[in-house]
Design a protein around this ligand. Structure first.
Ligand SMILES: Cc1cc2nc3c(=O)[nH]c(=O)nc-3n(C[C@H](O)[C@H](O)[C@H](O)COP(=O)(O)O)c2cc1C
Length: 542
């Protein structure tokens, strides 16, 4: 049965498509005087400083994906600090032309960072168990509510051992300030990137991250005490998802919260006042309407088994995984004369396939819905052309039926789900459909993420967000794999949706492109100067 909210969610999707002749509604200019502050502070509380890592966990690239390679760290202030440092902290400061701005471990559309994280932690050292806000500028936890030990014991019992929780939220205004109505989509991409960043970082500490997909957004509001917060209008945070992080492998795990814990949170007083982000804000109503329509109810989610296909080998950079995580950057332009080897190209694609017990995709348990439509430009030993990477074999029949009947669907290699659709030079086309951005055409390859769309959300409109999360998680894998293979990637949120669909011959909503990505040999911008991430905290007592 079609959910009553489905048509309105589809309306948001249609109205926020970019078209060759018209972009989705946005301010059309940058109102610099009202640019939102990129860091949320909860004012009026004493932040708990987190130490920076003295020794990074993990030694080889494999350690990112093979949790069992890694020593299991105990949960304490040191390891929580390290876990957040390698997932959501500042990675560097850049400056040029008198401006200075921070980049983070997790990427974000326009570097606007709408995603906030609220760890819910057991008592550690001198701090009581409680709900905290992670402030990446201070690399500190801002206490928001404390939990009695009996309440925390309930959490430990429920998850059969040591555990902590992380709730991700979005401040839609941070993105809509620049991108207008399409911003809700970008916030969802960023949530997916952040979830994968948490999953990878946890893996290096020997911990497993699992999204609790049966928890309602109302319960997340309760856990965070959001109904008691005095928000500044649309600068409020909206809950996105909650995950549990547990030492060790993927023991079976409930996907809901213990009721007594949620009930206890309902009565808890909260501390801290959210800082003001802008003097004035602009409300794009359709964002808040879509956010309301896609709030998750309490539900019993289905689960999928991913299988355990062995990883392909590639020629990895010898950098340690933490160095790669810290060094991840978006390319701003590419060297068009170099190329990526076929072996590395295939190894990068291979990492986007979900596998049981391997991060980041074992943080979720839903069947994959996203495939990659590839524009191969410069990959040694690969004929340039349009290719398709099938991440869920069961979609093959429907995709072939929906796509252009002239496509070849020629297998590139046995037992590997990559197919040549059409040989040719697609450089201009790829740049054109990605809002005329050269980075999509003058790279080694670029791609559109083609998602099984209508069927995924017809009965469950909250899946709209989750489809974007899946694409964001794939994006995070691509970013890190690019670094690991000595190339560089960039997420691309700006593309002409239906122009991409037309290229593939897709005529209806069965499949939609939700996110683009490009990878190539980067050219650095010599005008930028870099600074250490936490120089501003050097004198801070720990
Ligand atoms: C969802 C998403 C969409 C993005 N879209 C674009 C884009 O269309 N064009 C572009 O040049 N960069 C794009 N980026 C890259 C961001 O601008 C970049 O992540 C941000 O400036 C921070 O830089 P960093 O990734 O080096 O930390 C996107 C990134 C994300 C996560």
């Amino acid at each position: 049965m079609t959910h009553p909210a489905y048509p309105d969610v589809v309306r948001y999707h249609e109205e926020t498509k970019h078209h060759l002749e018209r972009y989705a509604r946005s301010p059309g200019y940058m109102d610099w005087g009202n640019q939102p502050v990129p860091f949320r502070f909860y004012e009026g509380v004493t932040p708990l400083p987190l130490p920076l890592l003295e020794t990074d966990p993990g030694t080889t690239h494999d350690d990112l994906y093979q949790r069992e390679n890694n020593a299991v760290w105990p949960i304490n202030r040191q390891s929580i600090g390290g876990f957040l440092e390698l997932s959501l902290a500042i990675s560097t400061w850049k400056s040029a032309g008198g401006s200075r701005w921070a980049l983070r471990i997790n990427p974000s559309s326009g570097n606007l960072h709408p995603t906030e994280a609220h760890p819910v932690l057991p008592s550690m050292d001198d701090a009581a168990a409680g709900v905290f806000h992670y402030n990446p500028f201070l690399h500190a936890l801002e206490p928001r509510a404390s939990l009695e030990s009996a309440v925390w014991d309930e959490v430990t019992r429920h998850f059969s051992g040591e555990a902590f929780l992380v709730v991700l939220t979005s401040i839609f205004w941070r993105e809509s300030w620049k991108y207008g109505e399409r911003a809700f989509r970008y916030c969802q991409h960023d949530t997916g990137h952040a979830l994968a960043a948490l999953s990878f970082s946890a893996s290096l500490f020997g911990w497993h991250t699992r999204m609790l997909d049966e928890v309602s957004d109302d319960d997340l509001d309760t856990v965070l005490g959001f109904d008691k917060v005095q928000w500044h209008g649309i600068e409020r945070e909206d809950p996105e998802l909650i995950c549990v992080v547990r030492p060790g492998g993927t023991r079976s795990c409930p996907h809901h919260l213990p009721r007594p814990f949620v009930t206890a949170c309902r009565g808890m007083p909260v501390t801290g006042r959210p800082n003001r982000l802008s003097k004035e804000t602009v409300t794009w109503d359709i964002i808040y309407e879509t956010a309301r329509l896609t709030r998750a109810p309490a539900s019993e989610a289905a689960s999928a088994a991913y299988g355990s296909r062995p990883f392909r080998s590639g020629a990895f950079s010898p950098s340690a995984p933490a160095a790669m995580i810290r060094g991840r950057r978006s390319a701003v332009s590419f060297d068009d004369s170099g190329s990526l080897s076929r072996e590395n190209f295939l190894a990068i694609l291979d990492k986007t396939l979900p596998r049981n017990n391997h991060p980041p995709f074992d943080a979720v348990r839903t069947a994959p819905t996203t495939h990659l439509l590839l524009f191969v430009h410069r990959v040694g030993g690969m004929e340039p052309g349009m290719y398709f990477f099938l991440r869920a074999a069961e979609d093959m029949t429907d995709l072939r039926a929906a796509a252009d009947s002239d496509f070849l669907w020629q297998e590139v290699e046995p037992e590997f789900p990559l197919f040549l659709l059409k040989p040719g030079n697609f450089r201009q086309t790829a740049a054109l459909v990605s809002c005329h951005q050269d980075i999509a055409g003058f790279s080694a390859f670029s791609l559109g993420m083609i998602v099984r769309f209508a069927e995924s959300l017809r009965n469950a409109p909250w899946q709209y967000r989750r489809l974007f999360w899946e694409t964001g998680m794939i994006g995070q894998v691509l970013y890190l794999e690019a670094e690991a293979h000595d190339v560089r990637g960039t997420g691309i949120g700006c593309f002409f949706d239906d122009a991409v669909h037309n290229l593939m011959g897709l005529a209806d909503l069965s499949f939609q492109s939700l996110y683009h990505f490009t990878i190539g040999i980067p050219v650095e911008d010599p005008r930028l100067t870099s600074f250490l991430p936490y120089e501003h905290l050097l004198d801070r007592p720990s």
